[in-house]
Design a protein around this ligand. Structure first.
Ligand code: NAP
Length: 327
């Protein structure tokens, strides 16, 4: 069996568990129960964002688990993100404080720039929209300056590590010239394998975390209903099914193990106790070299991307919009 460390070591010796728990698109009550199930199943790495509007629920469940034993906090690795409305140096602290307050924690383990583009700062509205449904995009923001401010936030001790999400290769290199991000969180799954960005990140020594590693069915369904575009269901692809059957595993486990064997960390989301357990039970089987090659052929490159932010109409006008333009 090949040996893959279950943790990724970060600056200062902190360890980020390679399998984390995603929390996007889970309603408050459901999420609290799911986080309890995740803690029982052994997850210690939790991924949220100001924009998910669920930090209070996650914080509540974590606080119950920590209880009176403050040393338990050190076992957790909690990640949250600066929302698009906070993309100005003078707003970073305010948005960060709001996250920390809602999470009811003294510090977060990793703070990420969620996206390189920006919305206008509208107090009380994390997704400000124009009357025609397009987003109130703030075209004046400067990604490099926001990154410099995030780096300063680290000096307060209330953020142990800082990183980025949804950046392209050029942006990642640009920010690395200022100071290397400690993590890159991007969409990665069998249809969108991001080989070039993963390689660039590896070269820079930046750990990669795959979001939507199972193909984010809820988002794919929402986008399909809006745009008519068809999104293949990764979990029922014949290749994945065949490999799953031969290992006596679920297709979800095959997709997740594939990312792990590519050296990538994962943050699958589930609110179902059985699937929550399955998604962290990946250490006792291994995909063969030929299975890895077969799974590699499923990549559709840019066409496989699901989370292209087309649901935020207008953001492609921002000069730091990271993907191939939708329009
Ligand atoms: N940085 C960013 O911009 C960004 C963007 C997107 C996501 N994320 C983060 O990444 C996390 C994961 O991505 P995601 O939530 O988009 O999608 P995902 O983890 O790829 O997929 C979640 C979906 O798969 C289902 N599922 C989970 N485990 C399964 C299994 N073993 N078999 C079959 N179905 C399974 C879930 O349903 P059930 O709940 O019913 O199991 C849910 O519908 C998010 O929750 C969020 O924390 C970050």
């Amino acid at each position: 069996m090949m040996s893959i460390p279950q943790y990724i070591e970060l600056e200062g010796g902190d360890r980020m568990p390679r399998i984390g728990f995603g929390t996007w698109q889970a309603s408050s009550e459901v999420l609290e129960k799911a986080v309890e199930a995740a803690l029982d199943a052994g997850y210690r790495h939790f991924d949220t964002a100001r924009a998910y509007e669920n930090e209070v629920s996650l914080g509540r469940a974590l606080k119950r688990w920590i209880g009176n034993d403050a040393s338990r906090r050190k076992e957790l690795f909690v990640v949250t993100k600066l929302p698009p409305g906070g993309m100005h140096p003078h707003l970073v602290q305010e948005y960060f404080d709001a996250s920390l307050n809602d999470l009811a924690l003294d510090y977060v383990d990793l703070y990420l720039i969620h996206v390189p583009f920006a919305f206008e700062h509208v107090p009380g509205d994390l997704h400000p929209a124009n009357p025609d449904g397009s987003m109130k995009v703030d075209l004046t923001t400067n990604l490099d300056e926001v990154w410099k401010t995030i780096l300063k936030l680290k000096e307060t001790g209330r953020v142990r590590h800082v990183g980025v999400s949804n950046l392209n290769e050029e942006q990642l290199k640009r920010l690395s010239d200022i100071k290397k991000p400690e993590c890159l969180q991007i969409e990665i799954h069998a249809l969108c394998q991001q080989e070039s960005l993963v390689a660039a990140s590896k070269e820079l020594g930046i750990p990669v975390v795959a979001y939507s590693p199972l193909g984010s069915k809820a988002l794919a369904d929402t986008l399909a209903a809006k745009t008519g575009r068809q999104y293949p269901d990764l979990l029922t692809l014949p290749t994945v099914k065949r490999i799953a059957e031969s290992h006596g595993r679920t297709t979800g486990q095959i997709l997740l193990r594939y990312a792990i064997q590519r050296g990538i960390a994962i943050i699958p989301k589930s609110t179902n106790p059985q699937r929550i357990k399955q998604n962290i039970s990946l250490w006792d089987f291994e995909l063969s070299g030929s299975e890895m090659k077969e799974l590699a052929t499923l990549d559709r490159g840019e066409n496989g991307r699901i989370c292209d932010f087309s649901f935020f109409r207008g953001v492609e006008k921002h000069r730091d919009f990271p993907f191939k333009k939708q329009i």
